[in-house]
Design a binder for this molecule. Structure first.
Ligand code: HEM
Length: 312
């Protein structure tokens, strides 16, 4: 819709918003208090609030959240791009939370919890993939109406996405270094770069369970991307000899490969959308664009789980 200059409906007086990112104070409710309230209101929703806010707004700082959408051009499609960019960041955060806790549970040997958490993580990735459908309604002309306003901003600078890649073992000192100058972001990126990933922890677990894993997989430079290892492949091959519900390691491996199946779809859809929108033009973040994305799209987090398919 490049020829229509959008109108922006006013939703909020942003001058009145409390800009603090910290949680706002809120009372808690109980079954009993909720029952008494609904008795007092004869079962109708509460609509009479005192003060300058209400508990729904305060619980998630909704007014602050909805004050952060500021398209910078008159291009119709920028609002869609802006909103979806923020939605994806929040989804990356939700996804990372699950992966972080799946790793915690593996460390404690709680395989069942980890499998349950990973199944939610996979649903996050499916949802992230589906979100490209909304962005792919933006046509090349519509995108070019606001692209200049991005300056050198690019998704490659998403620190939340980098946390996702790092916890999955796709490390890069170079990609991490883009955040070195941001004092409130860098310490955790650096920490994540140098910490064993979810898959590294799974490999430690295999070793603790008696599978023969060689030292190069158990003690290495964690800031390097994980590379396929023969002893890990052999461990999975022996686990796959018993493909049953009771074999929790087999179930975990299937969870991981399904997760990666959808992550590949996520990357692939981004790559195809970029090709459709900007062809072979350079990226805003300094890369060659589609050519660079094609390379990163091929990455596998759990290489041995793909390798063994030739032998199953
Ligand atoms: C809709 C139009 C979009 C286009 C044309 C586009 C284009 C690109 C290009 C060309 C790159 C390569 C790096 C560079 O900029 O030089 C890239 C990387 C990236 N983009 Fe997008 N992008 C779009 C939307 C998004 C959105 C909404 C997100 C999510 C917030 C996103 C996330 C990323 C990420 C995370 C990378 C780095 C990939 C990696 O490190 O593996 N992109 N994008």
């Amino acid at each position: 819709m490049p020829n229509y200059k959008p109108k922006f409906p006013k939703i909020i007086e942003i001058e009145g918003v409390d800009p603090s990112p910290f949680p706002r104070e809120m009372p808690i409710s109980t079954d009993e208090s909720r029952y008494n309230t609904s008795k007092n209101t004869s079962g109708n929703p509460l609509t009479d609030y005192k003060g300058k806010s209400n508990p729904y707004i305060d619980y998630q700082s909704i007014d602050l959240l909805l004050s952060l959408q500021h398209p910078r051009s008159k291009g119709y499609d920028e609002m869609c791009f802006f909103v979806m960019g923020q939605v994806k960041e929040i989804l990356f955060k939700g996804l990372h939370f699950e992966l972080f806790n799946a790793r915690e549970q593996i460390k404690e040997g709680e395989l069942n919890n980890s499998i349950e958490i990973l199944s939610r993580a996979t649903n996050f990735v499916k949802y992230l993939s589906d979100s490209w459908s909304i962005l792919s309604t933006i046509k090349a002309e519509g995108f070019s109406e606001f692209r200049d306003h991005l300056g050198t901003a690019s998704g490659q600078l998403s620190f939340m996405y980098r946390h996702v890649e790092f916890i999955l073992g796709n490390k890069s000192v170079k990609m991490a270094s883009a955040h070195k100058n941001v004092p409130h972001v860098w310490p955790e990126i650096e920490n994540s770069l140098n910490t064993p990933s979810l898959y590294d922890e799974i490999i430690f677990y295999l070793s603790r369970e008696g599978y023969k894993i060689t030292e190069d997989a158990l003690n290495r430079d964690w800031s390097k991307t994980y590379k396929a290892n023969t002893s890990v492949k052999n461990a999975w091959l022996s686990i796959y000899k018993k493909p049953t519900n009771e074999n929790r390691l087999f179930q975990l491996a299937e969870c991981l490969i399904t997760f990666e199946e959808y992550f590949s779809i996520y990357r692939w859809r981004h790559f195809v959308l970029v090709k459709k929108m900007i062809g072979y033009k350079s990226g805003t973040g300094g890369s060659s664009g589609v050519e660079w994305l094609e390379k990163v799209t091929k990455h596998h987090f759990f290489p041995e789980l793909w390798d063994i398919r030739n032998e199953l």
